[in-house]
Ligand binder design. Structure first.
Ligand code: NAP
Length: 339
């Protein structure tokens, strides 16, 4: 089978298309013939060598795929062969076949295409965990979402809106904001314009936000904290602006300066809280994650939510998907099709 491997860090061209032996499922595992792969910003950071959660190279990147079970290992119901599933993993999804524990091969959502399945898991789970488990979202909360036109962002806007919250979507261009409005945003703010914090406070109903899901860092993070009302909580799930090079000491300083942080003094002055989450570190807490997944998929079906698949690429074009995500022009989830 073919896989994309990461042998060294760098630009999209360092991804290497290689032939490797097909993996065989061991006891308790299933093999999945992949139909679609979801591309995540974390994989862009890993490729650049900026992601602490990445394994040692060389490895096959990729955190989620959807496809059809084509073989099962000992102890797994053979009746599962032919089942459409999606699965999240630490790495290994940039492949024509993946082998995963049977319990992590989750049933495809009813009525979803394989592309939509590959676009759903990481983004919706991140948004759901951030908003409901971390921020303890309540209906009528005023919720700000950064990078709202992206994969996690479009999921978060839909979830918060379906929850009954007032949603203020933030993104880096007016074109992106126009794409987010129909998903349930009540107000939008471009954070690449001067005086962003004032504009955000003005857009927030009543002059302040109760919850922010923040994934950008730097000025955007600081502006969001400044817009919190009393008892507000900001959940940090990413730091997309992170960029540094070992050879450039100035970049160490900017990376440190722009990392999201909040002092206890500042938190006490506003009665606000900083929370952070990374769903990858939750993977060992398997039963808890499966319970949360059950709640998320039930909510998704009840409110008829769907991931926004912004653009699809052929398997051979996978580096172009990285290029497009880095360009900041992408909207929704980027998905790679595997024929
Ligand atoms: N904690 C978790 O478990 C978890 C899980 C999944 C994803 N995440 C995080 O969530 C965020 C969104 O991930 P995603 O996969 O859905 O990606 P995405 O939002 O589809 O794409 C990344 C977006 O980040 C924004 N951005 C800000 N600064 C950027 C920069 N310097 N370079 C490129 N993009 C920049 C861009 O939107 P604008 O142009 O609108 O700013 C861009 O479209 C990322 O920070 C990711 O690491 C966290």
């Amino acid at each position: 089978m073919r896989v994309w491997q990461l042998v060294k860090t760098g630009g999209p061209d360092v991804l290497s298309l290689d032939d490797v032996a097909d993996p065989e499922p061991g006891p308790g595992q299933v093999s999945v013939r992949v139909g679609a792969i979801g591309i995540n910003y974390a994989e862009v950071l890993s490729r650049k060598g900026l992601y602490g959660w990445a394994p040692r190279r060389p490895y096959v990147p990729g955190m989620e795929a959807a496809g059809v079970i084509d073989a099962v290992g000992d102890g797994v119901d053979p009746g599962r062969v032919g089942e459409e599933v999606l699965s999240g993993m630490k790495f290994g999804a940039y492949a024509e076949r993946v082998v995963v524990p049977a319990a992590r091969a989750l049933p495809a959502l009813p009525g979803y295409s394989l592309e939509e399945c590959a676009a759903y898991g990481v983004n919706f789970m991140t948004a759901w965990v951030s908003l409901t488990e971390m921020a303890r979202l309540r209906p009528h909360d005023r919720v700000g979402i950064t990078a709202a036109a992206g994969g996690v962002g479009t999921a978060a806007v839909q979830i918060a809106s379906a929850y009954g919250c007032r949603v203020v979507a933030m993104a880096g261009s007016d074109e992106k904001l126009a794409r987010v409005r129909p998903l349930g945003a009540h107000a939008t703010v471009n954070y690449r314009v001067p005086d962003f914090p004032r504009r955000l406070r003005e857009a927030a109903p009543g002059g302040g936000l109760d919850v922010v899901l923040e994934v950008v860092g730097g000025e955007v993070f600081r502006g969001c904290v400044a817009s919190l009302d009393n008892f507000g909580r900001v959940v940090v799930a990413g730091y997309a602006e992170l960029d540094y090079s070992w050879w450039n000491p100035w970049s160490w300083w900017t990376a440190w300066r722009d990392a999201p942080r909040l002092s206890v003094t500042k938190a006490a002055e506003g009665s606000i809280g900083l929370l952070a989450t990374h769903i990858g570190y939750l993977l060992p807490d398997e039963q808890r994650l499966l319970d949360i997944w059950g709640a998320l998929t039930a909510f998704t079906e009840e409110h008829d939510l769907r991931p926004v698949v912004g653009r699809t690429f052929a398997f051979e074009e996978l580096p172009d998907a990285h290029r497009f995500m880095e360009s900041r022009r992408s909207v929704g989830k980027l998905v790679v099709r595997v024929e």
